[in-house]
Design a protein around this ligand. Structure first.
Ligand code: ZN
Length: 153
């Protein structure tokens, strides 16, 4: 499987979240070609801002591997991670991050700020941005467009 194939799975999770009224963001954690964690944004359902897709996928991954040290893992996520999730990537020692759409306002992996390249980070992560950028971006923009239109009624 290639990056795009995993990103498609993350997109499926994002769509499922969107259909439940969550901001549509999905994440998949892969180790040696195997999916060991997955998550979709559940902030509204849980009324908890810690339920970001990335954190849920990392959590499952640590449980699957039985260690907090997630070296060798790749996280696929449909939107550029926020500063909380970028911090989690550093702390869990994930080796590679592949994300879809950029997040100019809150993205902490190169857009608004770049925590991963901060001198405060003691861990190097390979970053691939813009994987299926159009599909992941379109999903988010149509979600927010619907939200605005519904508010007008
Ligand atoms: Zn986040």
């Amino acid at each position: 499987m290639q990056d795009q194939d995993y990103m498609k799975k993350a997109l499926d999770l994002a769509r499922q979240a969107g259909s439940k009224g969550e901001v549509p963001i999905g994440a998949i954690l892969v180790y040696k070609g195997k999916i060991i964690g997955q998550g979709a944004n559940q902030k509204e359902e849980k009324q908890n801002a810690l339920y970001h897709a990335e954190l849920l996928a990392l959590n499952q991954g640590a449980q699957a591997l039985g260690t907090w040290w997630l070296e060798g893992c790749t996280l696929y996520v449909t939107l550029e991670p926020c500063s909380m999730c970028a911090g989690a990537l550093i702390n869990t020692r994930v080796s590679r991050l592949v994300y879809g759409a950029k997040n100019p306002r809150f993205g902490a992996c190169g857009s608004a700020i770049d925590l991963l390249k901060s001198p405060a980070s003691n861990h190097k992560i390979e970053v691939v941005s813009g994987c299926m950028e159009k599909e992941t971006g379109d999903l988010l923009s149509s979600f927010f467009k619907n939200l605005r239109e519904n508010k007008k009624d």
